[in-house]
Design a protein around this ligand. Structure first.
Ligand SMILES: Cc1cc2nc3c(=O)[nH]c(=O)nc-3n(C[C@H](O)[C@H](O)[C@H](O)COP(=O)(O)O)c2cc1C
Length: 372
């Protein structure tokens, strides 16, 4: 039986963009840019077009410059060839009635010399994040990065601006700044990896400065209501030493309070994957998203582990405006229709998450409706 009274399926006005529904497809790195230029491939256009019934798609994380590369076969958005490749993707999504933001990322110290022509990766300080990097020879331990000079930080901010311009030229509807743990921005936020004593280190204000400078640079290209930021304040596992600490709650209060005047499209918040009891952020354990709602006056996209039921509930309760789904979109290109028609969800095959070309990428069928 069809269920048309779901908040997730309501139309939504996102600034000047009209979303068909409140279901956001979260970024999913899928490793299908299998060419030396890291140019989006035709199957990527097909894959995103298959998922165009989402209210808004956020592209997989894409690199803003060569230094930001930290994972094999992930596309960039810093060359003209890449922009041309992305044009096919955005056209395919638009032709199918969808909207798509480009997610702009830099992996910082999570890169590896094998991905950087032998050069050291860059980070806020010369501190090994003690994580792993996905190189052509498989996962390798991260190394101690080169500490970015102020000039290099400024150049990187300009690379975000240029990538934002490239995203506009490629036909995207907006951009999302990729600031979840694993990336360069959280390495600046963290006291474990940021040991600087200049204007980018030390106090909360200084550690967070790079976010606002990146956003200000992007606003030279995009209206702020076409720009979002994705944060994961409480990620605990597989993240090396960039973990929540005693300052995390105050840090995010400061970031959100500052972003209140930015008129962003939304902030995208990843929820807790584990029990936070006994961690420095255990106060966020209960009513997690409400903590962000109480500190942020703009739109919130809630993410992590949502189902049709919990997604509808969090919108109904007024705690989030939109809900994003990551893994469910892998095997369910028609996730929105499955929610609408109360159909079961297909399971995705983890072996093809980051490789396999078409297999496990464009091969998942739409649900077959009995009697249709
Ligand atoms: C295969 C895979 C790739 C991902 N790649 C990205 C990425 O490029 N950028 C990003 O912000 N998050 C990425 N994520 C995280 C998802 O966007 C999302 O935050 C996470 O899967 C939790 O949402 P879910 O429970 O609905 O899957 C990835 C997740 C998976 C499973």
């Amino acid at each position: 039986m069809k269920n048309t009274s779901q908040p997730l399926l309501e139309e939504y006005q996102l600034g000047d963009l009209n979303l068909k529904n409140r279901v956001i497809m979260a970024s999913l790195t899928r490793g299908r840019a299998t060419n030396p230029g890291l140019i989006p491939t035709p199957i990527m256009a097909e894959y995103y077009a298959q998922r165009a019934s989402a209210g808004l798609i956020i592209s997989e994380g894409t690199w803003v410059n060569t230094q930001s590369i930290g994972f094999i076969n992930v596309p960039g958005i810093y060359t003209q060839e890449q922009v041309e490749g992305w044009k096919s993707v955005t056209k395919a999504v638009h032709d199918n009635g969808g909207l798509i933001f480009s997610q702009l990322g830099h992996i910082g110290a999570g890169a590896h010399p094998d991905l950087q022509n032998g050069r050291l990766p860059v980070g806020p300080s010369a501190v090994n994040i003690q994580s792993q990097s996905f190189t052509p020879e498989g996962f390798k331990d991260t190394v101690t990065p080169h500490e970015m000079t102020v000039a290099e930080i400024q150049d990187t901010i300009q690379d975000y601006r240029q990538a934002a311009q490239n995203a506009k030229d490629a036909g995207f509807d907006g951009v999302e700044v990729h600031a979840i743990v694993g990336m360069l921005i959280p390495q600046f936020l963290s006291t474990a990896t940021n040991k600087r004593n200049d204007r980018y280190g030390g106090s909360i204000e200084n550690r967070a400065r790079i976010i606002f400078e990146i956003l200000d640079a992007i606003f030279e290209v995009w209206e702020s209501n076409r720009v979002s930021v994705k944060f994961s304040p409480v990620m605990l596992s597989n993240v090396g030493i960039v973990k929540p600490d005693e300052e995390t709650i105050d840090l995010f209060k400061y970031i959100l309070n500052t972003l209140n005047s930015y008129n962003l499209a939304f902030i995208h918040i990843v929820g807790p994957a584990e029990d936070l009891s006994g961690t420095p952020v255990e106060d966020l354990q209960d009513n997690y998203f409400a903590h962000f709602r109480n500190n942020y006056t703009g739109r919130i996209v809630a993410n992590l582990g949502f189902t049709k039921e919990s997604g509808n509930a969090i919108i109904q309760e007024g705690i989030a405006d939109l809900v994003s789904f990551g893994e469910p979109f892998i095997a369910n290109p028609d996730l929105v229709e499955r929610f609408r028609d109360n159909l079961p969800l297909a399971e995705s095959d983890r072996n093809t998450y980051y490789s396999g070309e078409e297999n496990g990428y464009t091969t998942y069928p739409k649900a077959v409706i009995a009697g249709a």
